[in-house]
Design a protein around this ligand. Structure first.
Ligand SMILES: Cc1ncc(COP(=O)(O)O)c(C=O)c1O
Length: 343
């Protein structure tokens, strides 16, 4: 089946996936069954007047919330009869989605190709070949170039008769978070007043926000987090686009995507890279919470709210863990070369 047709079919069927109290798919695989049900840890900084809790998405099997959408995207295609074990699934990813798709494909019996731009985290991409996937490294070229990693993913899928998952447009990405991550968070933290979540594709924030606004309590404030040199917030507020240039992995985008459901989101706040890195380091060294830097950015905003609002109950979504960044954010030389550490 041609790849684009498969994708369109999957987008059509997502409308059936309204929240019904159970997941719209079943996971029987013993490894994939460990996805989700991630812990919620208190962030115990005494100077805060409100409460901050960290939703530890890094406890998922490949270390990020992308495990949820990887299994969700495959299951949805599978249950619609669009793929069956032995078929090829293709995704373009520079980070956490790569490993997540590789694991889900392996366990569910699919061939897997991941295309990735050159120069990305070896720690994250290490999952792909280790888990039996094929990794194609693409040159650093403009988005319209045929070798650009997403264009390459689409082409590989077409040429080899596979399905391109495309988390950047696939509505199953935010939908999975609206039927899974959102309800799970509210069950753990019914009194919450604010949810703070890093945005890249916007899938995690959009899905959680949709569930909370429609099914829980529309007074809960949903705050997306962007990098300063990025265009999620400019798109959200209708401002002129600027540069897209951040070293915080996973955070921000060059432009708006259809996976960003802005109608459910109340605010998008931008965090300087330096604040994201220093906050991730403080969470680890002072409180033993080893979070990545996009999570550091979200925690930076979560703290701001808890300082200003004594009654705030803030959930911060920690998308991945610090062990992915020992050679960058947690490396003093890396930080000093960029002038990020206070002298
Ligand atoms: C570490 C990290 N943080 C945040 C995000 C953004 O998540 P989403 O794409 O759901 O907006 C990503 C996405 O790749 C990520 O890898």
């Amino acid at each position: 089946m041609p790849a684009m047709w498969a994708l369109m079919e999957s987008l059509d069927s997502f409308s059936d996936w309204e929240y019904s109290g159970t997941l719209p798919f079943t996971i029987t695989d013993p490894v994939l069954s460990n996805i989700g049900n991630t812990p919620l840890f208190p962030y115990e900084e005494r100077s805060l007047s409100g409460t901050v809790k960290i939703k530890a998405e890094y406890e998922n099997p490949t270390g990020s919330m992308k495990d949820r959408i990887a299994v969700g995207m495959l299951k949805e295609l599978e249950e619609n009869g669009e793929i069956e074990p032995g078929d090829l699934v293709v995704e373009g990813s520079s980070g956490n989605t790569a490993g997540a798709v590789a694991l889900a494909a392996n366990r569910l019996g699919y061939e897997c190709v991941i295309t990735t731009p050159v120069g990305n985290s070896e720690q994250k991409l290490g999952y792909v070949e280790s888990l039996g996937g094929e990794l194609i490294t693409c040159p650093d070229v403009p988005t319209e170039h045929k070798e650009y990693y997403r264009n390459k993913a689409k082409r590989v899928a077409t040429e080899r008769g596979g399905v391109w998952l495309d988390q950047y447009s696939n509505q199953t990405n935010p939908t999975v978070h609206s039927v899974w991550t959102g309800p799970e968070l509210v069950d753990q933290y019914p009194e919450l007043t604010h949810v703070v979540c890093p945005m890249g594709t916007g899938g995690t924030m959009s899905g959680i926000a949709k569930y909370i606004k429609e099914e829980h309590n529309s007074d809960v404030t949903a705050i997306g987090v962007d990098a300063v040199e990025s265009n999620v917030s400019t798109a959200f507020y209708g401002h002129e686009e600027g540069e897209y240039n951040t070293e915080v992995e996973g955070l921000g985008k060059g432009h708006e995507l259809s996976t960003m459901w802005f109608d459910y989101i109340d605010e998008v706040r931008s965090v300087p890279d330096r604040d994201a890195f220093l906050q991730a380091r403080r969470a680890a060294s002072q409180y033993g919470l080893l979070i990545g830097s996009s999570s550091g950015a979200a925690l930076h905003i979560g703290r701001e709210i808890a300082i200003q609002k004594p009654n705030a109950e803030v959930a911060v979504i920690a998308c991945d863990g610090g062990e992915q960044y020992f050679d960058t954010v947690f490396d003093n030389d890396w930080m000093d070369e960029r002038g990020y550490r206070p002298q």
